[in-house]
Write a protein that binds this ligand. Structure first.
Ligand code: AMP
Length: 515
C-alpha cells in the first residue's frame, strides 16, 4: 500500500538474483546438516533450480502463491528459493498447524501448489481441492517425495525470474494471538534491503559460518538468519532443530549464531558452556522476544561474549540492533538500522513524543512490508498518513538513541485509570533473589478495571520468595498502583515456539482470579 519503492544501485532486481550474484564466487561448502551431509552453493542452487522447474511445470508463474508445510531440511530451504525463482510467492506454514488451521490459510491465500509432508498429503489434498489448488506435492524430512521425483525429471532451470524489487516474495501469516492471523506481504526489496543492512552492520563475510538452529517457517530463521549469510557469501550449519547438546557440539565450527532468548538460557544450563566452547565464535545475536538483562550478563560472564540483541517483526523485518562495535546495552534493542526511521508517538493521536517518553513504536523504511494480504482496511488502520507503520509495540528512546521495548500495546495494563507497563514491574521482580523470571499481565477486576497480576518462576519453590515476600519487597520500589494484586508461583511461563511468553494464555487462565 505504501508508495515507497526500492531502487538500489545493483545490477539485479530480485532476492534470488542477488543471492546468486553474491554466492557465485563461493567454492567452499555452503550448507551442511550437522550430520555429515553438505552441499556447495552450485549444487544447492541447481537443486533449487530443478524444484523451480517442477513448480513451473505445475503452473506456478509470476505472483502465484505456493504454500509449504514441511520439516526443516536443506531441501526445504532450496524449495523456498525455488518458489521465488519462478516468480512465485512463498507461503511458509508452521509445522504445528492443524488441518483446520491450514484450511484457513489455504482458503485465504489461494495457493496454486501446496507442498507438505507425506503424512498429511491425503488430508491436505481434500482441503487443496476445495480451494481450487492445482497440485499437492510432498517433501519429507530426508528431502524425498513427489516434489523431489518431479524435480529429478525436470530440466535445470534456464533463467532466473524477472521479478522487480517491489514484487511479492512471500506472505507470512502473523502469529495472531487475537483474532485471525493476517498475511504480511513482503517484497523482494524488503528482504534484500534488510539482508544487506544486517550483513554490513554485523560484519558478515565469506569467512562466516552461521549456526542455524531456528525453525524456518518464521521470519527469524527463514529470512533474517539465512539472507544475511546469502548476501555476504558465507556458509551455514543447518540443524533440524535446537538441541543444546547438538549446538554445543557444532559451536566450535561456527563463527556466528542467531537465536531466540530461550536458546541462550538453555545453553547456560549446559555445564560445558564456557570461553573455550565459544572460542571460534565472533557474534551471538538474540531476538524475537526480550532477552533478560540477567541472561545477557550471565552469558558474558561464562563465555566473554556480549549477546547482540536486535528487534524486528514479521511485518518489518529487522528494525533496530545493538552495535557490532560499541556498547551492547542489556535490556535494550539498540539503534535503528541504516535506512530505517523509528519514532515514538502517543498511541491514540500519533503525536511524536520526545526522547525518554514511553509510547507507540512506529517505523518506516525499505524493510517495512507492503500491507496485509487482501486486507486494505486493516493495512490502512495500522499505518499513519505519512506512511509510518504502527508496530503495536510500546517503547522509548533514551538520550543516546538506544530503543527499549516495554511490551506489546495490547499487554499494557490500565489499573484504576493508570497505565502500568508490564516490563517495569517484571524487571523489579526479576531482580529479587531466587527469581528466575516473571510475566506481569492484566486480569479483569471489579474495582480497578484491570488488576496487575504476576506469574513467577522460582529457582527453588521450596525456598521462595513467596507472594507476601515479593509484595513486601516491591513496597518501597514501585508506586502502589503498579504493584501486583496477586503473585502466582508457576513452574514455567507459557511460550510459543519462538520463545515468546503468551500473555493471552495467562490472561485466560487467570481470568476469574478477582471475580
Ligand atoms: P513476530 O512477528 O512473530 O516476529 O513478532 C514480533 C514481535 O516480537 C515484536 O513486535 C515484538 O513485540 C517482539 N520482539 C521481537 N524482538 C524483540 C526483542 N529483541 N525484544 C523484545 N521484543 C521483541
Amino acid at each position: 500500500m505504501m508508495s515507497w519503492s526500492y531502487s538500489p544501485d545493483l545490477a539485479v532486481t530480485s532476492l534470488p538474483a542477488l543471492i546468486a550474484q553474491r554466492m557465485a564466487a563461493r567454492d567452499a561448502p555452503f550448507i551442511d546438516d550437522g550430520q555429515g551431509r553438505s552441499l556447495d552453493f552450485a549444487d544447492y542452487w541447481q537443486l533449487s533450480g530443478r524444484f523451480a522447474s517442477a513448480l513451473s511445470a505445475s503452473g506456478v508463474g509470476a505472483g502465484d502463491r505456493v504454500a509449504v508445510q514441511v520439516d526443516k531440511s536443506i531441501e526445504a530451504m532450496a524449495l523456498f528459493h525455488a518458489v521465488m525463482r519462478c516468480g512465485g510467492v512463498l507461503l511458509p506454514l508452521n509445522t504445528a498447524y492443524t488441518i483446520a488451521e491450514l484450511d484457513y490459510f489455504i482458503g485465504d491465500a489461494e495457493p496454486k501448489v501446496v507442498v507438505c509432508a507425506p503424512a498429511v498429503a491425503a488430508a491436505l489434498t481434500a482441503v487443496a481441492d476445495r480451494h481450487g489448488c492445482r497440485a499437492v506435492m510432498t517433501l519429507d524430512a530426508a528431502g524425498n517425495g513427489t516434489l523431489f521425483e518431479a524435480a529429478a525429471l525436470a530440466p535445470p532451470m534456464p533463467a532466473e525470474c524477472r521479478c522487480q524489487w517491489d514484487d511479492l516474495a512471500a506472505i507470512l501469516y502473523t502469529s495472531g494471538t487475537t483474532g485471525r492471523s493476517k498475511g504480511a506481504m513482503l517484497t523482494h526489496g524488503n528482504l534484500a534491503s534488510n539482508a544487506l543492512a544486517l550483513g554490513e552492520l554485523w560484519q558478515f563475510t565469506a569467512a562466516d559460518v552461521l549456526l542455524h538452529a531456528l525453525p524456518i517457517y518464521h521470519t527469524h530463521g527463514l529470512f533474517t538468519a539465512t539472507n544475511t549469510v546469502l548476501v555476504t557469501g558465507g556458509a551455514m550449519i543447518f540443524l533440524a532443530r535446537f538441541d543444546a547438546e547438538e549446538v554445543m557440539a557444532q559451536l566450535p565450527r561456527a563463527t556466528a549464531m542467531m537465536g531466540v532468548p530461550t536458546f541462550y538460557t538453555r545453553l547456560l544450563q549446559h555445564p560445558a558452556l564456557g570461553r573455550d566452547s565459544a572460542r571460534h565464535v565472533r557474534l551471538f545475536v538474540s531476538g524475537s522476544a526480550p532477552l533478560l538483562a540477567e541472561t545477557h550478563r550471565e552469558f558474558e560472564r561464562r563465555t566473554g561474549h556480549a549477546i547482540l540483541e536486535r528487534y524486528g517483526m514479521t511485518e518489518t523485518n529487522m528494525n533496530t540492533s545493538n552495535p557490532y562495535d560499541g556498547e551492547r546495552r542489556p535490556g535494550t534493542v539498540g539503534l535503528p538500522l541504516p535506512g530505517v526511521q523509528l519514532r515514538i508517538t502517543e498511541a491514540a493521536t500519533g503525536r511524536p513524543l520526545p526522547r525518554g517518553e514511553t509510547g507507540m513504536i512506529e517505523v518506516t523504511g525499505p524493510n517495512v512490508f507492503k500491507g496485509y494480504w487482501r486486507l486494505p482496511e486493516k493495512t490502512a488502520e495500522e499505518h499513519r498518513a505519512d506512511g509510518y507503520f504502527i508496530t503495536g509495540d510500546l517503547g522509548m528512546i533514551d538520550g543516546d538513541g538506544y530503543v527499549s521495548i516495554v511490551g506489546r500495546g495490547k499487554d499494557l495494563i490500565i489499573s484504576g485509570g493508570f497505565n502500568v507497563y508490564p516490563k517495569e514491574v517484571e524487571s523489579e521482580i526479576d531482580a529479587l533473589p531466587g527469581v528466575v523470571e516473571t510475566a506481569v499481565f492484566g486480569v479483569p477486576h471489579p474495582d480497578f478495571g484491570e488488576a496487575v497480576t504476576a506469574a513467577l518462576v522460582l529457582k527453588r519453590p521450596d525456598v521462595g520468595p513467596d507472594e507476601q515476600a515479593v509484595l513486601a519487597a516491591l513496597e518501597g520500589r514501585l508506586a502502589k498502583f503498579k504493584r501486583p494484586k496477586r503473585v502466582i508461583v508457576v513452574e514455567s511461563l507459557p511460550r510459543n515456539a519462538m520463545g515468546k511468553v503468551q500473555k493471552n494464555v495467562l490472561r485466560q487462565t487467570y481470568a476469574k482470579l478477582y471475580t
